[in-house]
Design a protein around this ligand. Structure first.
Ligand SMILES: O=C(O)CCC(=O)C(=O)O
Ligand SMILES: [Fe+2]
Length: 355
């Protein structure tokens, strides 16, 4: 079993609910970051209108198109948090860092799981989320479905909306719970946990920091979905620079310079509320198995990947050519998954998803 936290009580709590809340920044750290943030100049001026069909109404550093800004934001956040994170997490390193700013009166998120950032989706990557002012439900506190991590092998991504796509409003009405937090506190959560935040209905921007952390012994990867091969994901090496240099739109097309690390099966499928409730109930047992088995050093997780990579070696060259926009043949996978994707893609980052 992977020891995610130095402290056993945090590990136990995290494995059960998918998140822990911990003190992180001192007030002077927060003030210093806000001061530095005021000198940064993203292209969207912290009030985005969306681009390329992605209709986001919150600022996210990754989604901005000013690469110099993205690098400065990354350096500022990394240097401010690295030592604090090391106090809690055992053997994890920072992969990417973002400011998330919701201007007054807007910024509703789309409900999601974070994209996998390593090959094995049963292993644990985490997000550290730290607000720079107090947060409550009405100014965009982060909301979780407790215990929704590691209950279904699902890969979200720029072309793959959440497996709960058919009951999003129900999640908001019945399952998502807001977390009131003080400025400088942090949530450390499993990237598979279902999360969301509502509009910022206050008269001040809601500023938060998100830091994606990966086990230092894993190679970070992006799961690329190609509509011509809906049965699989291609694993693309994707370390820090990948997120700094790529635009969200780039990630929906195979880029010729990407380094392939092989393929994994696409097990994605949409479920309904009844199955979701059943999976939440079975969660502790499902996770016990995953936590216990998957890190067994006698059964290396790379074995499957290597054989999969070999069996697909003949098709690799064809895949390196990006497809023409809108001309790809739509292939219904075993679950009819791709047909759903086409209809929901433009809405993926919609600020209006729940309003
Ligand atoms: O800032 C927010 O409200 C959401 C952040 C988020 O989705 C994340 O930290 O992964
Ligand atoms: Fe997220």
């Amino acid at each position: 079993m992977r020891e995610i936290f130095h402290e056993q009580s945090l590990q136990t709590q995290f494995m059960r609910s998918g998140y822990v809340r911990v003190p992180m920044l001192a007030p002077e750290d927060t003030a210093n970051i806000l001061q530095e943030l005021a000198t940064l100049k993203p292209d969207d001026n912290f009030a985005p209108q969306g681009h390329g069909g992605f209709d986001h109404k919150f600022h996210c550093s990754f989604l901005d198109r000013n690469v110099e800004y993205k690098r400065r934001a990354f350096d500022l956040i990394k240097s401010s948090f690295e030592a604090h994170i090391a106090r809690y997490l055992n053997g994890y390193r920072i992969l990417s860092c973002n400011f998330y700013v919701k201007p007054p009166g807007t910024g509703t998120f789309v409900i999601h799981q974070n994209w996998p950032t390593i090959p094995n989706i049963n292993d644990t990557t985490v997000t550290v989320w730290c607000p720079l002012q107090d947060v409550v439900e009405t100014n965009g506190a982060i909301q979780f479905v407790p215990g929704s991590h590691k209950i279904l092998p699902y890969v979200e991504g720029p072309a793959c909306p959440g497996y709960f796509n058919n009951f999003r409003q129900t999640l908001i009405d019945k399952y998502l719970k807001p977390n009131e937090m003080s400025s400088g506190e942090a949530m450390i959560f499993d990237d598979g946990l279902i999360h969301w935040s509502a509009n910022n209905d206050s008269d001040k921007p809601r500023i938060a920091i998100q830091i994606a952390c990966v086990p230092a012994d894993c190679t970070p990867t992006f799961h690329f979905f190609d509509s011509r091969h809906p049965e699989r994901f291609e694993l693309i090496e994707a370390d820090t620079d990948f997120y700094l240099d790529s635009d969200i739109v780039d990630l929906t097309r195979r880029q010729p310079h990407w380094k392939s690390l092989g393929f994994v099966e696409n097990r994605n499928r949409f479920i309904d509320e009844a199955e979701f409730v059943a999976l939440l109930e079975q969660g502790p047992a499902l996770r016990e198995k995953i936590y216990a088995e998957i890190y067994n050093p006698l059964k290396p997780v790379t074995a499957d990947l290597e054989s999969d990579q070999a069996s697909h070696a003949d098709t690799r060259e064809a895949r390196a050519t990006p497809s023409e926009s809108g001309t790809e043949k739509v292939t219904a996978g075993p679950t009819g998954f791709w047909s759903h994707i086409r209809s929901s893609l433009p809405k993926f980052f919609s600020a209006n998803a729940s309003r």
